[in-house]
Design a protein around this ligand. Structure first.
Ligand code: ARG
Length: 468
């Protein structure tokens, strides 16, 4: 056992201090110092409320508030001295406040506990993180929207199973990502709305006997109101899990786009050229231009999924209410926020600057008998053939084209009529890739007119397409 003094904030019943290793495992200050702004905001709201209900005098509350401002200034200017003996941000702030203002600092912890304090701080932090990510996500959507607008008519191959399926417009493909990101934003917004109840005043777990006004502190901190159950207040980390879940799903979406960027930039595809700013070279192969940023975003999505899991596993076996295990809640959330912010910035930069090679996309879009469905649909629409039968007839036409090594549009009418006598030369109107995309006009489909309509709506919702 170390011979240090017992802890000044909770060591009344202890005669010795903690072992050095105990101090090391117990301290969270390296991580939770990031909650400083929130911790001080929470303390100021608490002190004001304590004054209003008559627990602190006006003088005490005033000196506490200005002392807390000074502590925050010291933290913001990097002059605060951090010490593992003071464990966490809450104890650091209080200890420094005592050094600055003396006795009134000792009254600040009336009617609260670090358990409700940390839950409040953390919720405030996650709430701000949701707001910041929404800004980054929207910037990413705008970058996608600008490129979709440039390419509302550009034809590319649409894939299923990574096999050429049907021609689509590049604008439509890019808009698909905007929809995914829109749902991601919705998940963060939902998480934010659900977390916005204030735990302060739940104290350790049972609440407090002091006549506090929880509605007042909740309001001062921008919450919709106080949480409804003191035990739940200090044991709930759903908000952190929801944040991590939303972040992980977003990261999965970014990873899918990364994967496409990597494939598209590869020479056999040649659909895009990544700008120098988002490519790296090889130390041995002078010709190389590698899509490292996209690869790293793809890889980091794995970590993002792990971060959700790490906290879910911490929480899953915990009895109510608070357990120290929960101190491990912050690092995954902070790391997820940092990682996702970085990935979003990189993806936005890539989308802003990558060059689409429309000719290559168009060439590939015409391969693989990509308008076969249009042929079958024509048989249904014009000749009244049941779709299953039309599918079979079209399969025969594909077989002939394969044999002749040509596109469906290059077959002779006689070849096609050999498959089914009801075919007329009007069939050729639907076999081009341009006709194929132009025909897909129902809501949400790939026709340029539909793409432009969706772009107009999104432009209204997202503001200007430029991030400048
Ligand atoms: N540093 C702690 C955490 O992050 C604060 C709460 C400590 N509560 C306690 N009962 N020891 O969870």
């Amino acid at each position: 056992m170390a011979k240090d003094r017992s802890n000044s904030q909770w060591g009344g019943r202890f005669s010795g201090g903690p072992a050095v290793i105990m101090m090391e495992i117990n301290a969270s200050i390296d991580v939770d110092k990031r909650l400083a702004t929130q911790d001080i905001a929470g303390s100021k709201a608490h002190a004001t409320m304590l004054e209003t209900v008559g627990i602190l005098s006006a003088d005490e509350a005033a000196v506490i508030a200005s002392g807390l401002d000074q502590v925050l200034a010291e933290i913001n200017t990097d002059t605060m001295i951090w010490s593992p003996a003071l464990e966490d941000i809450h104890m650091h702030v209080e200890a420094r406040l005592f050094e600055l203002i003396g006795e009134p600092a000792k009254r600040l912890h009336t009617a609260r506990s670090r358990n409700d304090q940390v839950a409040t701080d953390f919720k405030l932090w996650v709430r701000a993180a949701c707001d910041e990510l929404d800004v980054s996500l929207r910037a990413f959507q705008r970058a996608l929207l600008a490129r979709a607008e440039d390419h509302a008519e550009t034809i590319m191959p649409g894939f299923t199973h990574l096999q050429i399926a049907q021609p689509v417009t590049l604008g439509h493909h890019l808009l698909a990502y905007i929809e995914m990101i829109e749902r991601d934003r919705g998940r963060f917004a939902d998480a934010r709305a659900r977390l916005n109840q204030c735990p302060l005043g739940a104290a350790a777990l049972a609440g407090t006997g002091f006549p506090i006004d929880r509605h007042m502190t909740a309001k001062a901190l921008g919450f919709n109101g106080p949480t409804h159950n003191s035990i739940d207040s200090v044991s709930d980390r759903d908000f952190a899990l929801e944040f991590l879940g939303a972040a992980a799903i977003t990261a999965v979406h970014l990873s899918r786009l990364s994967e496409e960027i990597i494939i598209w930039a590869s020479q056999p595809y040649g659909f895009i050229t990544l700008p120098d700013a988002f490519s790296t070279g090889s130390s041995i192969m002078p010709q190389k231009r590698n899509p490292d940023a996209a690869e790293l975003v793809r890889a980091k999505s794995g970590k993002m999924l792990g971060l959700f899991q790490s906290l879910a596993v911490v929480m899953k076996g915990l009895p109510l209410a608070y357990s120290k295990d929960m101190q491990e809640d912050k690092s995954p959330v902070f790391e997820a926020f940092d990682t996702l912010s970085l990935c979003l910035a990189a993806m936005t930069g890539m989308v802003d600057t990558l060059v689409f090679n429309a000719d290559a996309m168009r060439r590939v879009a015409a391969m693989g008998y990509s308008t076969a469905t249009d042929l079958a649909d024509w048989l249904v629409r014009v000749a009244g053939v049941p779709f299953r039968e039309a599918h079979h007839i079209t399969g025969q036409a594909v077989k002939i084209a394969e044999h002749k090594n040509c596109d469906l549009a290059a077959l002779d009418l006689a070849d096609l009529q050999g498959c089914d006598a009801r075919i007329t030369k009007a069939i050729f109107d639907v076999l081009s890739i341009d006709a194929s995309v132009a025909s897909r006009l129902s809501y949400g489909c790939t026709a340029p007119d539909q793409v432009r309509a969706r772009i107009a709506t999104l432009r209204g919702a997202l503001g200007s397409t430029s991030n400048a």
